[in-house]
Structure formats: C-alpha cells, structure tokens
Design a binder for this molecule. Sequence first.
Ligand SMILES: *Cc1c(COP(=O)(O)O)cnc(C)c1O
Length: 486
Amino acid sequence: MAHPPPRPAPGPPDPRRGIPPVDVVLAHPAVADDVARLGRARALPLAQEVLRQARGGHLSPTQVVDDLAARLRARTVPGCTRPVLNATGVVVHTNLGRAPLGEAATAALLDAAGYADVELDLVTGRRGPRGAAVQDALLQAVPEAGAALVVNNGAAALLLAMTALAAGREVVVSRGELVEIGDGFRLTELVESSGARLHEVGTTNRTHRADYERALAGRAAPGSAGASPAPAPADGPDVAALLKVHPGNYRVTGFTSDVPVAELAEVSRGAGLPLVVDTGSGLLAPDPALPDEPDARSALRDGADLVVASADKLLGGPQAGLVLGDADLVERLRRHPVARALRVDKLTLAALGATLRDPGSVPVTVARRAPAAGLRARADALEGVLARHGLAATVVPHDGRVGGGGAPGVPLPGWAVALPEDLAGPLRLGDPAVLARVHDGRCLLDPRCVPPAQDGLLLAAVLAAAARVGLGGEGGSPAAGGHPAG
Ligand SMILES: *Cc1c(COP(=O)(O)O)cnc(C)c1O
C-alpha cells in the first residue's frame, strides 16, 4: 500500500477526479441487485475498498463498478465454494482444499452420488463390510498391513487410535514431536481429548532411546506377570502405548536427534506395548524424491503396530484419515463407539478408491513431479501472449513447494511468469478465481498446479484482470481513462 500517487498533477487532469462517490457506486444498476442480496452493511466495506484502490491509482476509475461487481459476485453465490486456479506452485495448498481430485476420483464421486454398493455384496445380495473395496485397495498398496480402516481425517485417525488404545492411561511421546497442525490445533490437545495422558520424553531438539526406556521403567505392568523383574509400584506410570509423530509442517535442523521407528519398535515390543506412528503425509511407499518423508510401508516394516495418516496430503485423495497395521488393533479401533462418529461417507470412499487404483495419475503426484522444462515451456507461452497484449511479463525461475502436506524445505524447481503485484487482487476476484503468489513486489504465476488443459483459462483470466486494473492493451492505463464509471 506504500505506492506513490499515480501521476504528478501538471499536464493531464488528475484521473482520480473521475472516481464516483460511494453511494453512486452502490446504486449503479450493474451492482444494485447484488448489493441488495448481500445487504448494504456487508456491501459497503467492499465498495470502500474498491474506491480506496482507485484513489491509490491501483484501479482505473472506469473499472470501479466492474471491480465491485466481481467482489460482490465472489460473496453472493449462495452456499457454493468457487473453483480456483492454483498458480502458487504450492501443491498441497491448505487454504485451497489441499489435494485436488483427479479425473478418475471425480468420476467415481459422480457414480457414488446416487445409490451405490457401499454396504452391499452384489454377488451374494447380502450386507457386506462398509467400504470393502477401498480396504482391499489399501491392503494391496500396503501389503505390510494386516488391516485398514478409513476415517474422517488424519486427526480422527489419531484420536481414534488414542481413544481405543490409551484412554485413561499414558502415551509416551517425544517433546520434539508435539506440533501444532494448523489453525491453532495442537497434537497435544488432540491426544489429551481422547482421555489419554501424555507422558512427554526428551527435549525439543533431541530425544534418545534411553528417554523412552526410562519412561517405561517401573510402569504398572499390564498383567504380564514375570515380565518385569521388580513389581510395578502402584503409583507408577500406567503406559498404554508409544506414539511417534512426524512433524510434517516444519523441520528441526542443527543439533537434533530422534529415535527411528525400528529402534522405537524394539523398545515398545520389549514392553509389550503398541507403537503408533503418525506419518501425517499419507505417503504409502517410499518416494526417492522425498527422502525425509516417512511412508506407511516402511514404518510397518520397521515395526510400527499402527500407522495413521491423512489421505488428502501427499496421497492426493479426498479428505480422509487412514489407519493401517495390526489386524487385531485395527479391529479394536473399528469396534470402538467413537469410530461411528468418525466414519466417512460414500463419496469419500469412492474418491479414495479411485485415487488408490491409479496413484501415478493423481494430480498431486503429477504436479509434484512436473519437469522444470515443461513448466518453462508453459510459462514462456503464457508470457508470449501476454506480451502481445501489451502486458509486461517476465519468465523467472520459481521453486514450487509440496505444501502443508509435508516435505518442508524441499524445493520443486520450476518457472513462473512475473507480473505487476497489483494484478493479484483482481485475479482472485476473476472468474475463475486465480490465486497467484505475491512475492518481492511481484505477482507470480506458477503453472505447476494448473492442469495444462486449463492454461487457456489462466491466460483469459489474466487478460481480464489486467483490463480491470487498466494494464495492458484492452483496458488502457489508469491515467488514460478520466471519465466516470458507467
Ligand atoms: C496433517 C497432520 C495431521 C492432521 O491430519 P488432518 O488430515 O489434517 O486431520 C496429524 N498429524 C500429522 C503429523 C499431520 O501432518
């Protein structure tokens, strides 16, 4: 907002004189209906913001009404989310609904929208286990798991595991893994809301095997007579499980250490306790491009008894939580009353099943692996057309990110088209809405997460936004349009 006024006074008349008063704008026939629908109290601040933009020289006075119309439209489509072109380069974008579904998953959603065989075995005509096909697909993808369960999201998977295994008892966890997962929600509070008590060990940056062993020493043994040499003191810790969490959204670097799953599994097995691993990202198998990202197969192979994860991060499916691992433990979770409150609907099951059938074609994976050369070609093509329309665009190197889904700090090398920063707002209000990355005073459009088939849509949205702020050929510069809107 620290921009200087657009043009000094001598010469042409000040274009800002063409800016209409707020009441005139709100009464304009092009917006009056939407103003009435939204209510004047909610429309007024939008109009004031548009006029502020115009006074600051960021919007041509001739575009004031159009811009307000777009802002009102963005607020008045009742009960609908609006599609957004993700030009940020952030693949799993928390504010854009995380993973976009691919064609197969989208088609599966439509198929499941009507009646579907969610709890029916079509061969026998009898009732079947809910979501059996998805469980089969999960077990095929993760053969190390004895059973699988799908719940509402990653947090639900962890909550259910803690509720069913450790309510009223203690869970041993490293202090370095007690993260806040977003929007103010903390794993500590989530686990405690299950009724389990956290038994924290180690420090923020370093936790050792001995820390876990010390926590288990002298605990009240769960009825395994003879297993512990000294009888457990009555007031000793009553530990029910060990928990290992992968802090997916940040990275501790420097003087750090944690205990790998394989070693922790020795400790938990020695104590006869289950080891629950929250991998977060939902990666099912190792990915060489993400060497630091944990996956379900490796964790189970290393001795985890249960793995919990999100389905809409790196797995690229619908919002869901996965529980994979020991068949008896999974069954305990499935039979727990809370499971019913966390169960997924048929749409989730359908989209998840389709996602698992063809993991390589999932948009998250495609975007994550998009080769830089292809992104460069698309950025060049966009820049070429924009230049022909008189828009100053440059192609610049730009690293994408995996995003809230994990792999913090891992760059995804690519390219972006850099445009004036003032375009970012109008792009968000366009149809379709476009979310760009605003960085260093520029508006960056990274094609990584835009399906190539929608490049034309992106181009049209940029030209329309440029016209609205008076950039490029179609709209002329703000200084050129001096007459009142309308
Ligand atoms: C994302 C995440 C969660 C929460 O999963 P949701 O699907 O957002 O509920 C829990 N634990 C870890 C480690 C995560 O990364």
